[in-house]
Design a protein around this ligand. Structure first.
Ligand code: ZN
Ligand code: ZN
Length: 275
């Protein structure tokens, strides 16, 4: 079996699905051996929808909640108290998605420097919540050029090293950066369908090199559908192509790849195994 460790089932792009179509989406994933999935909340307004998915599909869908860096400056000021209360009541799989995003411009009316400072403070508060509730954290970093968002995220994550383990999701960085994540934070990386793109051979190179017990796989659906479904709306079932691609790159059996990455994800997100 496999686990889609990062999807957004509460995305508005899935809103048109009725109850039957939701059940079909889950069945299509299961038909590919993707028996568990983590749905990520990105802002307070999608948290309840993510929790509903998890409640409707116990031991199949798990929720992790956070504030995406792109939304940090516009988020309700009480997000921290609300997430703190939810984490006491519901068994979350992790805190996130959160992180630093220097790729997108600041929201209208907010200057770039202030936007960065809000992102830093928001990220730090996510780490505090993860520490408080003994959860791990799902991080997003993105730069237009250079690696400032990665470096700044590392600096904040290091304050919590040994306490909160991070996964750097949709990893497109270098082997050197991955090594920092593994050695300095006991963290992980996870790969999306980007690894299958013909114009991202550097990501495939890093996936081929990456120690098998340090990586997870994800869709980030509804975005980033892998080859050969690139351009289509992504969903958890599509992850089979990403998993097969990486196993193939690493020249190991698909079963070995699936077993190890599933074990890594169940451990990281504290999921109970499915027999
Ligand atoms: Zn992300
Ligand atoms: Zn995401």
């Amino acid at each position: 079996m496999l686990i889609d460790t990062h999807c957004h089932l509460a995305s508005h792009q899935y809103d048109q699905l009725d109850a039957n179509q939701r059940a079909e989406l889950i069945k299509r994933a299961q038909a590919q051996g993707i028996n568990q999935m983590i749905t990520l909340g990105a802002h307070t307004s999608d948290w309840i929808k993510n929790l509903q998915w998890a409640e409707q599909y116990p031991n199949i869908v798990f929720a992790a909640l956070g504030v995406h860096p792109n939304d940090a400056a516009l988020e309700d000021s009480d997000w921290y108290e609300r997430l703190d209360a939810i984490a006491q009541e519901f068994p979350l799989a992790a805190i996130g998605e959160t992180g630093l995003d220097y790729f997108h411009s600041a929201p209208k009316g907010i200057d770039e420097k202030a936007n960065k400072q809000i992102q830093w403070a928001t990220l730090e508060k996510h780490f505090e919540l993860a520490k408080k509730h003994k959860l791990n954290i799902v991080l997003h970093t993105r730069d237009r050029q250079g690696s400032a968002s990665f470096d700044d995220t590392m600096a904040i994550a290091k304050q919590f090293a040994g306490v909160v383990r991070p996964v750097f999701h949709c990893f497109i960085g270098t082997g050197n950066q991955a090594t920092q994540i593994f050695d300095e934070l006991d963290g992980l990386v996870s790969f999306t369908g980007v690894v299958t793109f013909s114009n991202a051979s550097n990501v495939a190179d890093v996936a081929r090199w990456c120690p098998l017990d340090k990586l997870m796989v994800e869709t980030d659906s509804p975005y980033l559908s892998p080859v050969p479904l690139r351009g289509k709306q992504n969903e958890p079932s599509h992850m089979i192509h990403t998993a097969q691609f990486i196993a193939n790159e690493k020249n190991i059996s698909f079963d070995k790849f699936a077993d190890q990455t599933t074990k890594t994800a169940q451990d990281f997100f504290r999921l109970s195994p499915i027999k």
